[in-house]
Design a protein around this ligand. Structure first.
Ligand SMILES: CCCCCCCCCCCCC/C=C/C(=O)SCCNC(=O)CCNC(=O)[C@H](O)C(C)(C)COP(=O)(O)OP(=O)(O)OC[C@H]1O[C@@H](n2cnc3c(N)ncnc32)[C@H](O)[C@@H]1OP(=O)(O)O
Length: 245
């Protein structure tokens, strides 16, 4: 991706638009993306401030998830729109890569942290919350400034360097949280379907979670390598040909 400060083009979704119809769709799409990215930057900033205030006032992480969960659920669920943005073509990036990233986050928020109250005070929950928050403030402010054609270099640098540490740290937080959830899931049999039942189908959430944990092994390196390629492209100007979905 060429940044706006280098080529003055801003977001790739609105360049190359030749006729009037496409141009107005581009303007509308750009306006929407600016609104979306500002809203998301603000949302994650509010979440970051709420977490910092909670910790400073209480001196403990216990109860932190509970106190910030509404903001987290709202903004992380809102991020589903990112898959829509790719699918309708207003951002030029992979639906698959974005889909894996967003669905794993939604899964962590709703089907792990929200559903299993006993694990909400685990340190690993705070780890992934802090990592996601730093990542998203950086990422959405990057997109916003890029769309506005005023991208400060330090934001571009942060967007394409922070992930080197934050991605593995976030994955560690997520995996440790799922691991901590396993005994509760096994004990309660939550979200599981035992035979016999009228659908004649059985589902065991406990084993599903184990499969999810193993699925990080092939999926995470692909996301990480994708980000490393983006980094080379954006920070070092390498031309990289990526396969379409
Ligand atoms: C049902 C259960 C399923 C469970 C599955 C489990 C398996 C999970 C395995 C993987 C686990 C991952 C866990 C993740 C943890 C964390 O997040 S830890 C925190 C650290 N994470 C990160 O740093 C990554 C954050 N995420 C991302 O960066 C993205 O989601 C991404 C998809 C990985 C990034 O890809 P991409 O969009 O391709 O990168 P960019 O270079 O930023 O953008 C490319 C072009 O797209 C434009 N664009 C994208 N989004 C926007 C936008 N919102 N607004 C405007 N423009 C956007 C961007 O500008 C680029 O365009 P060009 O300039 O034209 O190139």
């Amino acid at each position: 991706m060429a940044s706006s400060e280098e080529d003055g083009s801003g977001n790739g979704s609105v360049e190359e638009k030749e006729n009037g119809k496409k141009r107005s769709l581009g303007a509308l799409a750009t306006a929407w993306l600016i609104f979306y990215n500002i809203a998301m930057t603000a949302g994650w900033l509010v979440l970051g401030i709420a977490m910092a205030r909670f910790y400073i006032q209480r001196g403990t992480h216990r109860g932190l998830f509970r106190s910030v969960q509404k903001i987290l659920k709202f903004f992380q669920t809102f991020a589903l729109l990112e898959v829509v943005h790719c699918a309708v073509g207003i951002v030029h990036t992979s639906v698959l890569v974005t889909g894996v990233q967003v669905s794993s986050r939604i899964f962590m928020v709703w089907f792990i942290a929200h559903s299993i109250k006993q694990i909400q005070n685990e340190e690993s929950v705070i780890l992934f919350l802090v990592v996601w928050t730093v990542t998203e403030i950086t990422r959405y402010s990057f997109y916003t400034f890029n769309l506005l054609n005023h991208l400060p270099y330090f934001i571009k640098w942060a967007r394409y360097n922070f992930f080197i540490i934050l991605y593995p740290a976030g994955v560690a937080g997520e995996l440790l949280t799922i691991y901590a959830a396993l005994p509760y899931v096994k004990k309660t049999g939550m979200y599981s379907l035992r035979l016999p039942n009228k659908y004649n189908v059985s589902f065991d959430y406990y084993y599903f979670l184990i499969i999810v944990m193993f699925s990080y092994i092939p999926l995470f390196p692909q996301l990480y390598l994708h980000m490393l390629r983006q980094r080379r492209k954006v920070l070092h100007g390498e031309v990289i040909v990526e396969k379409d979905d």
